[in-house]
Design a protein around this ligand. Sequence first.
Ligand SMILES: Nc1ncnc2c1ncn2[C@@H]1O[C@H](COP(=O)(O)OP(=O)(O)OP(=O)(O)O)[C@@H](O)[C@H]1O
Ligand SMILES: [Mg+2]
Length: 245
Amino acid sequence: MASGMPDSDRRLLVVRGLEAGYSSFRVLSGVDLEVRTGEAVAVIGPNGAGKTTLLRAISKLVEPTAGEVWLDGQPLAGLPAHRLPELGIAHVPENRRLFPRLTVEENLLMGAFPKSARSQWRERLAFVYGLFPRLRERRHQAAGTLSGGEQQMCAIGRGLMSGPRLLMLDEPSAGLAPVIVQQLFALVRRIADEGYTVLIVEQNIQQVLRIVDRAYLLETGRIRAAGPAHQLLASEDLRKAYIGL
Ligand SMILES: Nc1ncnc2c1ncn2[C@@H]1O[C@H](COP(=O)(O)OP(=O)(O)OP(=O)(O)O)[C@@H](O)[C@H]1O
Ligand SMILES: [Mg+2]
């Protein structure tokens, strides 16, 4: 185990004092967060709070300026972004980032690219199609012609193709109709029930809190509240500020 990492075997992801931003503009100011193996954890917060930046800093798409991140005891400092899929981090970015001209299946297979994942692509593809039968039906269709909800399923499916130890989802509900959002969250819950560890970032606070185990509230780059999802859901302050009930 790396020196200085708080010891507990079940902590898959540990983030301590993380700071990150863009040139001189600091977005994250000392974020602490943990995800245990098997948990589904949400980071909720308003537009511009730094949720995307947090996921990008964990997966090294922006270089943290301070703080530390460990995955299963291994410090991620100094590792380039392209090494992280091999280590077991799958990051499904905001706006999905599919290859629009490639088929659904070709996009999914891209997710099995890490060396550690290549030998198991058949089983994983079957798993993803089992989870999202719609993708199987449309496997030869260009990803760019899928509906928004289908594209999101394809992006999540691609993330699952590496058999990740940590699946990070950045606002999967963005831009989707309410009924599709509900279905999508039910699928995210199912993925967690299948044993995947999930870190999901969402603005759709009330709904995401119904499907995760724990959550952190991020506001202007700082964690303002944290706890079991049902507790946050019941919090008067949170309801007043964000849920509007
Ligand atoms: N590439 C960039 N260059 C400069 N500033 C950026 C860049 N990306 C994001 N920012 C700024 O960083 C802050 C946090 O952005 P971030 O995307 O992390 O927020 P967010 O919580 O994900 O918001 P949203 O819910 O709207 O996706 C914002 O003020 C944003 O304008
Ligand atoms: Mg964002």
